[in-house]
Every structure is written in structure tokens, then in C-alpha cells.
Design a protein around this ligand. Structure first.
Ligand code: FMN
Length: 158
């Protein structure tokens, strides 16, 4: 069966979008049908049918999710849907200059999805904008092993 995955992008200045697009290219080359969707206008219904997701989100304000992710985040908090049929990974963009809230955008999505019963595959990718590495390059290196873990988990569940 063809594997499908949706990358949900939370971004303020486009970095997470760039990362998502590059990661999507790698996944497509490895046989995954990928859809990249900015979080703008989305609500909890995006998860209603279950499936596989990558949350690709930066961090703003006092460790907040980006503006375009606020509605989706708040709707999940309010409706508390059962996400037992959701499997996900997280690419979190941040900057260690913000020591108290490093990568909290992605981390807050992770905590919320877990609390709703979704199952995370792999560790979070935490990218530090002040580390001197390009987030899209780090993410492209990270996604290969992540996909292996994702496929292992599916094979075991089958
Ligand atoms: C005003 C502002 C606030 C930020 N706040 C945080 C923060 O609290 N924690 C963090 O880890 N990074 C923070 N960042 C860093 C961004 O999340 C990081 O630069 C990210 O790569 C931007 O991605 P984007 O272009 O997709 O929005 C902040 C950046 C700006 C400009």
C-alpha cells in the first residue's frame, strides 16, 4: 500500500516552509505520497481521518507556536479529539538564544498530540538557528532515519 504523509507547516518567516519542501522531496524520492500544508486556516478536523503527519513548526513570542498555527493549536486544545489513529513526527525550529523556550513551538505540539493519544515516531528534531547549520540540510539528514523508524513501526503494527 502506498504510504501517505502530510507535513503541517507552522511558520512566521518561511524557514519551516523551506524545510518542509526539502523534506517532502526526500520522502517522495523514497516512495511516500507527501502533501505539504501550511497550517493557516486548519482546525482539528485535519486529523479526523487519522494517518501520518510531520509537524514542522518554528517558535515565536514567549515560546508560542507561530501565528498561522494558533487556530489549529487552540482548536485541538478545546475539542480534545481522540487522535489514537494519528502517527506523527516533529521538526521543531528555534534558537537557543531563547534558552527558556527553545523550540517550544514544536515541543508544545508534541505534548498536545501525545495528550490526545497520537503516537510519535522517533525523537524530535530540534534545530538551533544560532548553531550555524542550515535547517533544511539538518532536516534532510534527519528524515531518512525517521522514515526507517516510521516504516518499522508500521510493519510491526501490521
Ligand atoms: C521575535 C522572535 C521570537 C522568537 N522566539 C523564539 C523562542 O521563544 N524560542 C525559540 O526557540 N526560538 C525563537 N525564535 C527563533 C525562530 O523560531 C527561528 O528563527 C526559526 O528558524 C524561524 O522559522 P520561521 O521562519 O519558519 O518562522 C524567535 C524568533 C523571532 C524573530
Amino acid at each position: 500500500m502506498e504510504q501517505r504523509l502530510t507535513i503541517l507547516v507552522g511558520t512566521m518567516t518561511g524557514t519551516a516552509q523551506l524545510v518542509a519542501d526539502e523534506v517532502a522531496d526526500v520522502l517522495k524520492a523514497r516512495g511516500v505520497a507527501v502533501e505539504v500544508r501550511p497550517m493557516d486556516g486548519l482546525d482539528a478536523g485535519i486529523f479526523a481521518a487519522g494517518g501520518a503527519f510531520l509537524i514542522c513548526s518554528s517558535t515565536y513570542g514567549q515560546g508560542d507556536v507561530p501565528d498561522n498555527a494558533q487556530k489549529l493549536f487552540a482548536d485541538l486544545e478545546q475539542k480534545k479529539p481522540d487522535l489514537a489513529r494519528v502517527v506523527y513526527g516533529v521538526i521543531a525550529l528555534g534558537d537557543r538564544t531563547y534558552a527558556q523556550t527553545f523550540c517550544f513551538g514544536g515541543k508544545r505540539f508534541d505534548a498536545l498530540l501525545q495528550s490526545l493519544g497520537a503516537r510519535r515516531v522517533g525523537d524530535l528534531l530540534l534545530h538551533d538557528a544560532s548553531a550555524g547549520t542550515m535547517p533544511e540540510e539538518v532536516a534532510v539528514d534527519w528524515i531518512g532515519p525517521w522514515l526507517d523508524q516510521f516504516r518499522d513501526a508500521r510493519d510491526k503494527a501490521a
